[in-house]
Every structure is written in C-alpha cells, then in structure tokens.
Design a protein around this ligand. Structure first.
Ligand code: HEM
Length: 397
C-alpha cells in the first residue's frame, strides 16, 4: 500500500498561527502520512493512542531523550525503571497533594492579578502573558521544590530556552543551531543549580519535591546526576505548558463574552470549559517518538527502525471520528477524554496540578478582572507548544 506524503514545515510561522487547515488536510490524506521533512505523522486520535501505548516499539529515544537527558523517567521505555522514579512524586502530584497547594496558589494568583490590574489602570493596557500566565506555574513548581522566589525569573528563562531549543526545527543541527545551543546552556545551568539543592537537602530535609527523592528508598541506587535530571524534568515540563493553558483561558474569556457570562454565573462549568479549551486548541501539539529495533507496523504501514514519528495530539482533538462537530468550541459537549495530557505510560504527571492552577486562575479572573478585549492581535509563535505569545488587553466597558 502506498503511503501518502506531504512536505510540511511543522516549525514554521504558518503552523504556529493557524495549524487547523493543515492538520485537517493531513488527517484526510490517511491515518499515517510521510512528511518529506523526515517524519511519519498522524492526525488520527486512534493512531496517536496506538503510538503512545506501544512504548516498547515507539520509544523515547531521539528528541525526548536529548531534551530531558538520559535518566529522566520521561525518557524511559522500561516500565519498571520508569515507575520506580515516577512513584517518588506520585502522591505530591495526586489530588490530596495538589489540594494542599490551593491556598498558596490562590494567594499568588491574586498577587499577579493585582499587578495586572494596576498596569491596566495606569497604562490602559496590559500584556497578560508575561504578567499573569507565564509566572503562575513557575511560582507553584518553585514552591513545591522549596526554591526561593528570587530564583523564579531565572527558572522561567532557563525553562523558556529549553522549550525553544526543541520546538524550533527538525532535524536539529546539534552542533550549530542557536536555539539548541542556548537550550544546552540553560539545561546545564539548571542542572548546576539543582545539584546544589540536592546536596543541601541531604542534611536539611523538608517536605519539598527535592527532599522527596534525596530521602527516598531509591536514593541509595540513584546517583546525584540522575536525581538532578529528574528534578529538572519536573521543573521544565509544567512551565510553558500550563502558561499556555492560562493563555487560552485569558483569550477565550476576552473573545467569547457568552462563555465568560456563562462561567461567571455557574462556576461549576469551569472544569469542563478548561478541558474543552485543551481539546479544541491543544498545547503540546506533537508527541515525538523514535521507532525501536525491528521497526513497527502501524496503521497498515511498516515503519522502519530509527524512523521519527510525530503523534499530532492537538490535531487528534479535532478528529471527527471521535468528536462530533470537532471545530466548534462547545463547553457543553459530551465529556470524552482528549489526548492533551498524553496517553499510556507517559501520561502527564502534572495534569491534576495544571487543572487546579487554571481553575483557580479562572475563578480569580471572573471575580476581579473587568470585561476586556484585545488591544492588539493575539499572536502564536510555536506550533509544537502552542499558546498565545501576546495577550494585550484593554477594558471593554
Ligand atoms: C497544561 C499543562 C500541561 C500539559 C498540556 C502537559 C502535557 C503533557 C504531555 C502531552 C505529556 C506526555 C508526553 C509524551 O508522552 O511524550 C506529559 C508528560 C509529563 N508531564 Fe505534563 N503537561 C502539563 C503540565 C504539567 C505539569 C504542571 C507538570 C509538573 C510540574 C508536568 C509534568 C509532566 C511529566 C513529569 C511528564 C512525564 C510523565 C512520564 O513520563 O511518566 N506536566 N505532559
């Protein structure tokens, strides 16, 4: 059977600005499509699920390992080793652990809102992305790690550099690419910082995420460098992702007065509205995998060993085989799990945390932010980790 092919730059500005016609075209071509840029891609929900659940064939080698560093559990294909590390933090990221963070999170969100409202009053406009959306997840994870607030701007910078290192092109020119080299530097700086924290926690234990691994059962068999890459993964994975979800929230509340009014009147609709934003807009648009030994048969095609596969999980949210009228944003649609947080063994560890942060932010915005509109066009810089890069608002009344 011949496989349809396309020639699409997933990293170009057009994909960032409006990916939906392109991913629809990919989906309509077939369940698995060859991209001349060197990747197999799928925009079908069903095939994305297969790829993410067959972790021994579709492996984390390649981009995932070079981004997070060998030894981080997100890069591991072996379930036992993966779970041994993931379990160190599973309670902290579970419902009870996250509920305990609500007072801190709410107070910090109120502080960001104070800052945003003061700018709005003083200047008539405020860009909600850097003032509100970007810092919130960084404050929360820094708090969970027991790291001082003064480190937050630096953590945000390292994390942003790491994100652009892998979302700006494929294949990556590891020797010369500016964004990759800057990401490498930030990865190293963050590792140095975390190593000091690990060593300090050894004699100064606390309840934080760093102390949890330093004083865990597996600490005796886990060298410091491996603790560091695992902690670095936790610091990095939830930053840009959650700030993009907050960005989608700010965008929807400002562009859909009907949705804003409904949520303001009935706060119990907030969780389903947030899930619908993830399904409809997505954040992590593509999950990369590398095919392991012996190749892999998927969607009727043999994909050879060493090939790169991209599961377009954002596009899967608009697959008409799974969702009726998929291009319509409808907070009342029948609840069906989407792939926004991944699937299978590597399903997001921070999903409950991200849901709590965005729900708290939604309540705070509905309580205190006057009706607003966008003073400038809302822009998007990246397809791979998609969210508004500028959200300049002004009062609508
Ligand atoms: C809106 C926010 C978020 C989104 C959309 C998101 C999305 C994802 C996705 C798609 C994966 C699977 C990656 C793959 O299979 O290759 C993943 C994994 C992961 N995420 Fe998230 N994430 C979010 C927030 C967070 C937060 C707040 C944290 C923690 C602070 C976090 C930590 C992780 C970790 C550790 C993994 C790896 C899990 C494993 O390998 O077992 N994420 N996330």
């Amino acid at each position: 059977m011949s496989v349809p092919s396309v020639d699409i730059n997933l990293y170009g500005p057009e994909m960032a600005a409006d990916p939906w016609p392109v991913v629809r075209h990919i989906r309509e071509l077939g369940p698995l499509v060859w991209n001349e840029r060197g990747q197999w891609i799928t925009a079908h929900d069903r095939v994305c699920r297969q790829i993410m659940s067959r972790h021994e064939e579709a492996t984390m080698k390649g981009v995932m390992t070079s981004t997070f560093g060998e030894g981080a559990f997100i890069t591991m294909d072996d379930k036992q080793s993966h779970n041994a590390l993931r379990n160190v933090w599973v309670h902290a990221f579970g419902k009870n652990g996250v509920d305990g963070l609500i007072p801190f999170t709410r107070q910090m969100i109120e502080g960001r809102l104070d800052a945003a409202l003061a700018m709005l009053d003083a200047d008539g406009t405020v860009d909600m992305q850097p003032v509100f959306c970007r810092p919130i997840p960084a404050y929360v994870i820094a708090h969970m790690m027991g790291v001082g607030e003064e480190m937050i701007p630096t953590i945000v910078e390292w994390s942003d550099n790491m994100a652009t290192g892998t979302t700006s092109g494929h294949p990556i020119d590891y020797e010369n690419d500016f964004y990759w080299l800057r990401a490498e530097k930030s990865r190293a700086d963050l590792a140095d910082f975390l190593l000091e924290q690990v060593q300090y926690r050894r004699d100064n234990p606390g309840e934080d995420l760093i102390s949890r691994i330093v004083h865990s059962e597996i600490a005796a068999t886990t060298p410091d460098w491996q603790m560091v890459v695992n902690l670095r993964q936790l610091l990095f994975a939830g930053n840009e992702t959650t700030s993009n979800w907050l960005g989608h929230l700010v965008h929807i509340l400002g562009s859909r007065p009907d949705v804003r009014a409904e949520l303001a009147a009935d706060r119990s609709l907030i969780p389903q509205a947030l899930e619908e934003m993830l399904r409809w807009l997505g954040i992590v648009q593509a999950v990369p995998r590398m095919v392991g030994e012996g190749g892999m048969d998927v969607a009727g095609t043999h994909v050879p060993e060493g090939a790169h596969i991209m599961a377009l999980i954002g596009a899967a949210g608009r697959d008409p085989e799974r969702y009726a009228d998929p291009d319509t944003f409808d907070i009342h649609r029948e609840a069906k799990p989407h792939l926004g947080f991944g699937f299978g063994m590597h399903t997001c560890l921070g999903a409950i945390l991200a849901r709590m942060e965005t729900a708290q932010a939604a309540n705070a915005l509905l309580d205190r932010m006057p009706p607003y509109r966008f003073a400038e066009p809302v822009t998007y810089d990246s397809f791979m980790l998609r969210g508004p890069s500028r959200l300049v608002i002004e009062r609508a009344d």
